[in-house]
Ligand binder design. Structure first.
Ligand code: S3P
Length: 173
């Protein structure tokens, strides 16, 4: 627990395909905030793609990079921060996320997430032996309690357009 006042950012959490980057960009545009994406910062810093990081350093290496990037964001003000879906798997990240700002969980059904992530290949966790839908269902079960506990706001996005989700975030933050 930190006793520091919360920094004035908006954070988006949720599984892969929940729309954090797209919705986050829209929210940033609506509020005149800067948009930041932890996956992109990791890619920039590493100089290679996420699948390459996973191949070379394993998931553990990626998680380490993710925590480093998160610590570097502590100076941000008036940013919309889209986070990688697994950023909440490391307990040490949780107080940092809470300190950074107002946390919105973009919730979506596993089937929808599977559909939204089907077309791109840059998520190594969905390229294992398990079919993507099964993997996403398992990750949802594992992570849901953490997303829930952390979220100041929860938006069920299944029936919403990304524009509508963005309004939801921008209005409540
Ligand atoms: C991951 C989600 C990805 C990326 C990495 C691992 C996860 O980010 O950080 O592939 O563990 O859920 P997105 O949620 O932006 O796809």
């Amino acid at each position: 627990e930190t006793s520091l006042p919360r920094a004035e950012n908006i954070l988006l959490i949720g599984l892969m395909g929940s729309g954090k980057s797209t919705v986050g960009r829209m929210v940033a545009h609506m509020l005149g905030f800067q948009f930041v994406d932890t996956d992109h910062l990791i890619i920039e810093q590493a100089g290679c793609s996420i699948p390459e990081i996973f191949a070379r350093e394993g998931e553990a290496g990626f998680r380490q990079r993710e925590s480093t990037v998160l610590r570097h964001l502590l100076g941000c003000r008036h940013c919309v921060i889209a986070t990688g879906g697994g950023i909440i798997t490391q307990p040490k990240n949780l107080p940092l996320l809470q300190h950074l700002g107002f946390i919105t969980w973009l919730e979506a059904d596993a089937k929808l997430l599977a559909r939204r992530t089907a077309t791109n290949n840059d998520r190594p966790l969905l390229r294992g032996e398990e079919p993507p839908l099964v993997k996403l269902e398992r990750l949802l079960t594992e992570r849901k309690p953490i997303y829930k506990q952390l979220a100041d706001l929860r938006i069920q996005t299944d029936e919403l357009s990304q524009q509508e989700s963005a309004y939801g975030v921008a209005e409540s933050a």
